[in-house]
Design a protein around this ligand. Structure first.
Ligand code: VG1
Ligand code: CO
Length: 543
């Protein structure tokens, strides 16, 4: 079979500096569009001749068609093997694991993560490197550059292949290896957690509700919790992946996982509630009557990880993204281990994990993970929580109360202003950036700014600098506001405002979160002229 060379034209509108490409599904469905991006990726890697790749996605609309396209292109470009999840499914952490386990050269993950799916919603493609993690900026920049100048892609004119059966199929000179998406991932989890203790926990009547949000974690969670660990049938809900996530927004936070939140706040709440996002890398954790912020979850996991067999030797270090609260830093300080503050995005943790500087990482956006893969991992976080609960024999609320009594509490919330006209969002950020140096000493709504800066990160391993990673305002009394623009939205701009307030040991740790953050929120709105730039002061989503 001779590869076909198909003329194409450059792709417009990709955001440089972001991992992969996220666009409206209909844009991806334009003839040649996905092909052009995939070819740009292959070209930026220096080609894929003789290489092994992992390919899979979260099952959203266009997943199946996109995988067929990619398989034919990989074959046309001379790849030797592609490992693909059965029916094209792979969660992001499972794909990361398969890349590592098989020593693959990299992988393509098809997902727009927590963004809605469907023909009128979002689709995405991202490339992961041989360590299993998101491509670093040098690679994403090379891909971006290539999208601007590309003029042809290469494919193989063959019929679609059947991905419903496990096994190997020849596609031109390439082997397509269809694997069970769940099995290897489950085996990895078994090496980290005490499955006997977890089975005993469920055997003792402990109750769980896991909401897969009609996305990719359904089959994983069912196999894990119900089949292996003995949780009663029905513990995992919304477990069948749907192309449009049943019209929902697969973002595990109190707003989009409202059904789960309502249950957990009710009299019939189970002991533990959790949810994951479209591609399975995020997690939400809820105790009976208590939502655990991702920042607190990271801190609690770091403080208690040694209770799980995979972390019994203790942690080397903990890393968090800059907007994430400082709760995990306090744990690291007490444990006498290193803590790192990186820009938003999992790729920045990769170098620290590879060199063994950290064991656990987390982001305020509901991502937590460890050195077992190079992506955040929703089910891993849930299992670590369950392992800790099995050992401590306490409720989530008791563990949190105890944690705050030991370390103090970092009240935290993120306020998102969505679909803001890009001009307005950029003007707001530009103005704030321009006035940063004048802010210290000034008061807004009775609160004085002590320090203000733009976050810049020097990667201690590869020596690269990432500037403009968010504007930070520090207030008297331990409060902080961070402002940055989202890199993952597909409509206008999303302004994220991250608010935190430290309540030290002995202070009141049981206030309403939004109430505890009110003064910082108001001061930030005044300082940034939200009414002028955004025409409003009320965010669309508060998590
Ligand atoms: C968001 C989150 C960020 C996360 C990224 C990818 O980015 O804030 O913490 O790493 O999504 O997560 P942004 O630029 O929109 O704030 V996922 O679950 O989409 O892989
Ligand atoms: Co995700």
């Amino acid at each position: 079979m001779t590869p076909q060379i198909v003329p194409t034209k450059p792709i417009e509108g990709q955001k440089p500096g972001t991992s992969g490409l996220r666009k409206k599904t209909r844009i991806f469905m334009q003839p040649g569009y996905l092909e052009t991006y995939v070819q740009a990726t292959f070209d930026a890697l220096g080609g894929v001749v003789g290489k092994t790749l992992v390919v899979g996605g979260d099952g959203r609309f266009f997943n199946a068609e996109a995988i067929q396209t990619i398989l034919k292109m990989a074959a046309g470009n001379g790849a030797s093997r592609v490992i693909v999840g059965q029916n094209g499914l792979l969660s992001t952490p499972a794909a990361s694991h398969l890349i590592r386990l098989n020593g693959a050269d990299g992988g393509l993950i098809l997902s727009a993560s927590h963004n809605p799916g469907g023909i009128d919603a979002d689709f995405g493609v991202k490339y992961n490197i041989a360590n299993g993690g998101p491509a670093p900026e040098a690679v994403t920049d090379a891909i971006f550059q290539r999208t601007l100048e590309i003029d042809a892609y290469v494919t193989l004119g063959t019929p679609d292949i059947d991905l419903s059966q496990l096994g190997e199929i020849a596609l031109g000179g390439m082997v397509v290896q269809v694997v069970d998406p769940v099995a290897d991932y489950l085996a990895l989890m078994e090496t980290l957690f005490d499955f006997d203790a977890l089975r005993a926990l469920f055997g003792s009547g402990f109750t769980l509700r896991f909401d897969a949000m009609h996305a990719v974690t359904g089959p994983y969670a069912k196999a894990l919790f119900e089949d292996r660990l003995g949780a009663p049938a029905g513990s995992v809900v919304n477990a069948v992946p749907q192309p449009d996530f049943a019209g929902g927004h697969p973002d595990p936070n109190p707003v989009w996982a409202k059904e789960l939140m309502d249950l957990m706040m009710s009299d019939s709440a189970p002991d533990f509630g959790a949810a994951s996002d479209g591609d399975g890398d995020r997690n939400m954790v809820v105790g009976r009557g208590l939502y655990v912020t991702p920042s607190d979850s990271l801190a609690v996991l770091a403080a208690n990880a040694h209770l799980a067999p995979g972390y019994a030797k203790g942690l080397v270090g903990v890393a968090r993204s800059m907007p994430t609260s400082e709760a995990s830093d306090r744990v690291a300080a007490k444990l006498g281990i290193k803590s790192y503050e990186t820009p938003t995005g999992w790729k920045f943790f990769g170098t620290l994990l590879d060199i063994g500087h950290v064991t656990i990482c987390g982001e305020e956006s509901a991502g937590t993970g460890s050195d077992h893969v190079r992506e955040k991992d929703g089910l891993w976080a849930v299992l670590l929580w369950l392992n800790i609960l099995a050992e401590r024999r306490q409720s989530v609320a008791e563990i949190l109360t105890d944690h705050w009594a030991t370390f103090g509490r970092d009240y935290f919330s993120r306020h998102d202003f969505e679909a803001v006209p890009s001009d307005a969002a950029n003007a707001l950020m530009d103005k704030l950036q321009g006035t940063l140096s004048t802010l210290p000493g000034q008061s807004f709504n009775g609160l004085t700014v002590t320090r203000a800066d733009s976050f810049s990160y020097l990667d201690p391993v590869d020596g690269t600098t990432s500037a403009n990673q968010g504007l930070r305002l520090f207030f008297e009394g331990g409060g902080r506001a961070v402002l940055r623009l989202s890199g993952t939205g597909t409509e206008g701009a999303t302004l994220r405002v991250y608010l935190s307030q430290y309540a030290p040991k002995g202070a009141d740790h049981h206030r309403d979160t939004q109430e505890a953050l009110r003064q910082i929120s108001d001061a930030t709105a005044t300082l940034c002229d939200f009414p002028d730039f955004l025409g409003r002061t009320t965010p669309d989503v508060m998590t």
